[in-house]
Write a protein that binds this ligand. Structure first.
Ligand SMILES: Cc1cc2nc3c(=O)[nH]c(=O)nc-3n(C[C@H](O)[C@H](O)[C@H](O)COP(=O)(O)O)c2cc1C
Length: 188
């Protein structure tokens, strides 16, 4: 159980990254709601550099996406409903200049997606354990774009159905104390 010292909202405190998923599909409307939530993130000049490339488990794209992942990540994402590759465009549409914050903006969008998923009782779990170069080929990544991570989305499953090694990890993690991450004025 997570606790807050300052009364932060439950939606933030209760989001976490489970691995147990049921293998069921998610209705398209629900999936689109997650992308819609992601799209409401703030971004520099409202440039909205995030792009979400997805594969549903019963689609022709699934095997390609699935094959990108490390064995570890495959061991639990096999029960996901959707795999999403989070991409951002590195230049602004408005003037073609490089964006300093495209990755930062897209990180905010992913968190919106995760919060919406969590609020709806769905799992959304980010991953960097996959082959980024091959992913770029598979999704036909345009130039001036960058892949940031993959997200497994699904309906929650039973902890007991996870591979044994993962069962003990299936719990909410803690966080560093604020003193370690908040700095007044300058680093000391
Ligand atoms: C960018 C990113 C990459 C991650 N990569 C993996 C991964 O490859 N495999 C995995 O099982 N979890 C991965 N995670 C999940 C983190 O381990 C998890 O978010 C972190 O331990 C905090 O736990 P919480 O999300 O449950 O609060 C990743 C998370 C992020 C944000």
């Amino acid at each position: 159980m997570r606790t807050s010292n300052y009364g932060i909202k439950d939606i933030i405190l209760n989001r976490w990254s489970p691995r147990a998923m049921s293998g069921e599909n998610i209705p398209d409307d629900e999936m689109m709601a997650l992308f819609e939530a992601a799209g409401w993130a703030p971004s520099s000049y409202n440039g909205q550099p995030w792009r979400f490339v997805y594969a549903k488990r019963d689609s022709g794209s699934w095997n390609g996406f699935f094959s990108l992942m490390s064995e570890f990540n495959q061991s639990w994402t096999k029960n996901a409903a959707v795999l999403v590759i989070v991409v951002s465009k590195k230049t602004f549409d408005r003037n073609s200049k490089p964006s300093r914050t495209h990755a930062f903006d897209s990180g905010a969008a992913w968190e919106n997606l995760a919060l919406e998923a969590s609020g709806r009782g769905l799992v959304a779990h980010a991953m960097e354990g996959f082959d980024y170069e091959r992913a770029a080929k598979i999704i036909n990544l345009p130039s001036e774009h960058e892949i940031h991570c993959m997200v497994a989305v699904g309906k929650p499953g039973k902890k007991d159905d996870l591979p044994e090694k993962l069962r003990e990890k299936e719990e909410m993690s803690g966080r560093r104390p604020l003193e370690e991450i908040v700095i007044e004025g300058k680093f000391r």
